[in-house]
Design a protein around this ligand. Structure first.
Ligand code: DOR
Ligand code: ZN
Length: 421
């Protein structure tokens, strides 16, 4: 049975095609088609709503296999759908890690049975994510990995990272990096500043991120590898990436909502629900990240949706795991604090969830012969529908995610996700 829908009368905003106008959108079995080719379609009135290409989150932890008490493929992708995302890239720090083609194939079989949105698997760059022995890049790419990463950590050995980037460049796949030099970050649990002192806790200096950002940019320049830098936290990192882009280095970068909207002051108020890697930093860092969204230094917003249980998060600052959930709150937060606050226009904000992340997936899209993050005819990237004006309060009890490790409970927002197609 063909599933045909026409979304009528909505404001269509598609940065990939430079579109911002009222028009109808036809969808046939998940593919964008001209509405006039669907005479028998169900019509859905979207007057007053904004219709955008299906959002992409390139940084999500689904926790399956191995940690399904925190999240699983079904709940993580239900959370993604509720948050407005039609495509997510799942991080490889599962148990066991996604370090062989066989494991990726098994994972994708589970995805085919359970996922509610498209899931693209990131393969690990080292065996067991241990940072000692490189994985087989070619095999992982053949098994369907559009990107490779050790997220949660990065190889500390620069020579190993260089050889991985050479192999990735040859295979035409980006390396996605979690920038953390553990000789500088450990045993820190939050940013090394006055809040860490006030709480009497060990801090992580900005340099823990920045030396790896510098390393990666140097190696990307030398190898030609596309390097993608995850969850940036420091003003210094942003400045290095800005310069590298001017120099023509093949680099893309992401920011998370927590680094955009919170500083280390949040650690006092929200406790371990403000503990993440890299840590929340200071106001000048936050401002630098926002500036980088406006000038294109940062290409995309990604959530680093990192579910952990209440019991795990209750173990105190030294023991609680790093990370917070984010996929169900990022769009309302960004509509409130970037769009309604007058920092970004709607087209730029939508680009950060569509054409921006699509840059990371460009070689994958070329391979499948279809765009993502676009409402172009033939696209199978789905559709997201927004209500820009709806006022509401974040309520973690309503989350589809299994975990509630979120500092935004009770926060007022203006603008929300109506749904996805
Ligand atoms: O805060 C984080 N949590 N940062 C990471 O890099 C990993 C993630 C996790 O897996 O919990
Ligand atoms: Zn990470």
């Amino acid at each position: 049975m063909e599933e045909q829908v026409v979304l009528t009368g909505g404001r269509v905003v598609d940065p990939s095609e430079g579109v911002d106008e009222i028009r109808d959108i036809g969808i046939c079995n998940g593919q964008i088609v001209p509405p006039e080719t669907l005479p028998n379609a169900k019509h859905v009135n979207m007057a007053g709503k904004v219709i955008v290409p299906g959002f992409i989150d390139v940084h999500v932890h689904l926790r399956e296999p191995g940690q399904t008490h925190k999240e699983d493929i079904a709940t993580g992708t239900a959370a993604a759908a509720a948050g407005g995302f039609t495509t997510v890239v799942s991080m490889p720090n599962t148990v066991p890690a996604m370090d062989t083609a066989e494991r990726v194939v098994e994972f994708m079989e589970l995805v085919a049975q359970k996922a509610k949105v498209r899931v693209l698997p990131a393969g690990a760059i080292t065996i067991g994510r241990q940072g000692d022995v490189a994985t087989n890049v070619k095999e992982l790419v053949q098994a369907g990995c559009p990107v490779l990463s050790d997220d949660g950590s990065t190889p500390q050995k620069n020579g190993l990272m260089r050889s991985i980037m050479l192999a990735a460049a040859e295979a035409g796949v980006p390396v996605v990096d979690h920038c953390e030099d553990v000789s500088l970050s450990k045993p820190g649990v939050l940013h090394d500043g006055k809040i860490a002192k006030q709480l009497g806790l060990p801090g992580q200096p900005r340099s823990a991120e920045e030396v790896i950002v510098a390393r990666d940019l140097i190696l990307a320049k030398e190898t030609g590898c596309h390097i993608h830098l995850q969850h940036l936290s420091s003003a210094g990192s942003v400045e290095m990436i800005r310069q590298a882009k001017r120099d023509g280095v093949n680099v893309t970068a992401e920011a998370t909502p927590h680094h955009l909207f919170l500083t280390d002051e949040a650690c006092v108020k929200f406790g371990t629900n403000a503990k993440m890697a890299p840590p929340l930093r200071e106001e000048n860092d936050r401002q630098a990240l926002i500036e980088a969204l406006t000038d294109g230094t940062i290409d995309m917003i990604a959530t680093d949706h990192a579910p952990h249980t209440a019991e795990e998060k209750a173990q105190g600052w030294l023991k609680a795991p790093f990370g917070i959930v984010g996929i169900e709150t990022v769009v309302p937060l960004c509509l409130t604090h970037l769009y309604h606050a007058g920092i970004l226009d709607l087209n730029r904000l939508i680009a950060l969830f569509t054409t921006g992340p699509a840059k990371l997936l460009a070689s994958f899209c070329a391979k499948i012969g279809q765009p993502l993050g676009s409402l172009a005819m033939g696209s199978t990237g789905g559709v997201t529908v927004l209500d820009l004006e709806a006022e509401h309060t974040i309520d973690v009890r309503l989350f589809k995610s299994k975990s509630r490790n979120c500092p935004y409970d009770g926060m007022m927002c203006k603008g929300k996700v109506v749904g996805i197609y």
